[in-house]
Design a protein around this ligand. Structure first.
Ligand SMILES: Cc1cc2nc3c(=O)[nH]c(=O)nc-3n(C[C@H](O)[C@H](O)[C@H](O)COP(=O)(O)OP(=O)(O)OC[C@H]3O[C@@H](n4cnc5c(N)ncnc54)[C@H](O)[C@@H]3O)c2cc1C
Length: 519
């Protein structure tokens, strides 16, 4: 294992055994109407990776938001809000959801005055840290089928399939070079129990209309990617690998070019009808759209709305040609597995493997990480998982490790809402599937605002089953922390048992954990 270096000066983040030691954002709201600050100095850049002498250990950068910024550099901050302002639509959060919403609304109605308020910089959240799986998965589809009928869920799935193509289309139209490779999504099984789940999953996806999905045996799987012990896989064409930050930066630039105002370093402390309140002034607008995903708990009144679930990633050093020869993966599919605590990976454009998984799932009190730093134990676990999948890469160094937060609603269902009475809207709760979903959510928010303001009627999107879905809040602490940690401890135990026993059935304890968690 390579040594670990922090990209910032803060103390170690929390560990599972010490939930209270978590470092998180400063929750003390600054005094209202404090004098506007000058431009916030940029965050320290992660140190460049020095060339490695043969045999010398390589340093793992931990944090610095994510590996994607080590390549791209952290952006120069845009101006914060400078006092009270008015707009037609104010969007809180400069991730994919907020920026896509601004993009589609401004395109549809160029006369609208749209302001985006971002607490740090656009792409500070999951949109600047994710695994770059642009794919057609959406959290909650099966529950929506139960609530609204199978046909409604098929429509939702078809909208997601089309969304993958839509993101690629707009990126092309706007000249956003985001290392997009449309290799589809390959999910592999490497235990008999995983294979049983894989087959069931494959059948389910076919039933939602994915006629172009394929099921592969061990040999066909190895022809694509040589994952140790793989016994089968399922592949869908509805997926692409991309560079998250290149997409994000290009999108932010496109939004600005359309005439949308973006204020960074501007935390919104409270959202109420027609008001987004910040320490530097209040933006008043008939529509206030909350696009804050895993950070939602920091807003007044939202502590238990969506749980900030951690996901952590590592990026290896670039593989040599011989190493790639041993791995295969020429189709550059996004790669996942069927473990209960699943992993996701991509072959990056510069020839590395970026791989993610759960790590410490949740920080006590809905706290978030410190600029992407993750626990040393998580880095070790992900490195171990990488070598379990690709033992032929033994000795490979990890160049970067980081983490971020997803938004998880109590029923694990993504949703989009615009409340007609108040003009308050929101989208998110994507769990781990937000790169494409945020785009669909944004187009839906556009249609909802247009419908509400009388510019259009119902559309194919406003009638999708995830629109205006209601969900209860999470339990108060310590039950929230105990529940999530218990659930993931159970998943890990189930995964271990399935590997050691080679049982053909999914572990019953994992099914029990699913039920208790409300999934
Ligand atoms: C490590 C990791 C890997 C992932 N991998 C994948 C993947 O491969 N494929 C996939 O589909 N999904 C993946 N996801 C999920 C996906 O990245 C997210 O669902 C998606 O980016 C959410 O976009 P968003 O704009 O809703 O939220 P975010 O990108 O989190 O943006 C929210 C923004 O709001 C800002 N903000 C928050 N609170 C405030 C406030 N009070 N005032 C002002 N601004 C505020 C934040 O700073 C942030 O910039 C991953 C997530 C993580 C963390």
């Amino acid at each position: 294992m390579s040594s670990t270096e922090n990209a910032d000066s803060a103390s170690d983040p929390d560990s599972a055994s010490d939930p209270d030691s978590a470092s998180g954002p400063d929750r003390t709201p600054p005094a209202p109407y404090a004098p506007p600050r000058p431009r916030t100095p940029p965050l320290p850049q992660p140190p460049p990776q020095p060339p490695r002498a043969p045999g010398a250990p390589r340093t793992t950068v931990n944090g610095g938001i994510s590996f994607w910024y080590a390549e791209e550099g952290l952006p120069a901050p845009r101006e914060p809000l400078q006092g009270d302002a008015n707009a037609d639509v104010v969007i809180v959060g400069g991730g994919y959801t907020g920026l896509w919403t601004a993009y589609y609304l401004k395109k549809a109605a160029p006369f609208l005055r749209i302001t985006v308020l971002e607490q740090k910089f656009c792409g500070y959240g999951a949109s600047g840290r994710n695994g770059g799986w642009l794919y057609n998965g959406i959290a909650g589809r099966d529950r929506y089928a139960r609530l609204h009928g199978h046909e409604a869920a098929v429509r939702l799935q078809e909208a997601m399939n089309a969304t993958v193509a839509e993101v690629v289309r707009v990126a092309g139209e706007e000249g956003i070079e985001a290392d997009v490779h449309r290799g589809g999504v390959l999910e592999v099984a490497y235990t008999p129990a995983q294979l049983a789940r894989l087959k069931a999953f494959h059948e389910t996806e076919l039933s939602y209309g994915e006629k172009d999905r394929e099921l592969y045996g061990a040999r066909e799987t190895a022809d694509r990617v040589r994952v140790a012990d793989a016994v089968g896989s399922t592949w869908t064409p509805h997926g692409a690998r991309l560079h998250p930050v290149k997409l994000l930066k290009g999108l932010a630039a496109a939004v600005e070019a359309l005439g949308v105002t973006i204020h960074e370093s501007t935390p919104v402390t409270e959202i109420r009808p027609k008001h987004a309140v910040t320490p530097y002034g209040t933006v008043r607008a008939p529509y206030v759209l909350r696009c804050t995903e895993g950070f939602t708990a920091s807003l007044k009144g939202h502590r238990r709305t969506w749980l900030p679930m951690n996901s952590s990633m590592i990026a290896t050093e670039p593989l040599t040609a011989a190493q790639w020869e041993s791995v295969g993966w020429e189709g550059r599919e996004t790669l996942g597995d069927m473990a209960h605590a699943y992993m996701y990976a991509q072959r990056t454009a510069d020839g590395r493997i970026a791989l993610g998984g759960r790590g410490v799932p949740y920080r006590f009190g809905s706290r978030t990480d410190n600029d992407g730093r993750t626990q040393a134990s998580t880095v070790e676990a992900l490195h171990g998982l990488l070598l379990r999948l690709f033992p032929q890469l033994s000795g490979i160094a990890v160049d970067h490790a980081w983490s971020g937060v997803l938004g998880v609603p109590r029923d694990w269902c993504a949703s989009v809402t615009l409340d007609r009475a108040t003009g308050l809207g929101w989208a998110g709760g994507y769990v781990g599937s937000g790169v494409a979903t945020a785009n669909l959510a944004a187009r839906t928010l556009r249609d909802l605002v247009q419908r509400d303001s009388g510019q259009s009627g119902e559309t194919d999107l406003t009638t999708l089953p995830w629109v205006e879905h209601k969900v209860r809040k999470w339990e108060p602490e310590p039950f929230r922390w105990l529940g999530v940690h218990g659930m993931y401890a159970t998943y890990r135990a189930a995964d271990r048992r399935e590997v050691t026993t080679r049982a053909a059935q999914s572990s019953r304890i994992a099914r029990f954990a699913d039920r208790v968690a409300g999934r």
